[in-house]
Design a binder for this molecule. Sequence first.
Ligand SMILES: [Zn+2]
Length: 121
Amino acid sequence: MSIEEQVIENAKQGKLLTHKCTNCGYLHLSTAYYCLKCGSKGFEDVLLEGSGTVATYTIITVAPAGFEKYTPYAFVVLKLDNSDLRISGFMGGIKTPEDLPVGTKAKITGFDERGILIEKQ
Ligand SMILES: [Zn+2]
């Protein structure tokens, strides 16, 4: 399986595949040749629980071509629990800011053509 396929398979199980620097512990979301923090070249895969809180988001009412059927939705930035990592993904059914206060608990629930899918917990 490619790295991308592994990310997708883990997302479908609500988990996030990250790459941890074996020298300083810094977590990387995508594959890097050098640690962004310390420059080391050693990494190990770490699976994180895909749960966290909504840090910010953008509500999409005018979707790009092919995504009209999904509107309204929000493009959400989720700050993961127990980590400083932030990931972005898709949350359906969000019309107004009242639907999704910042700080709402949410989690990764899957992956499809929309990318990482996020739902309220
Ligand atoms: Zn490092």
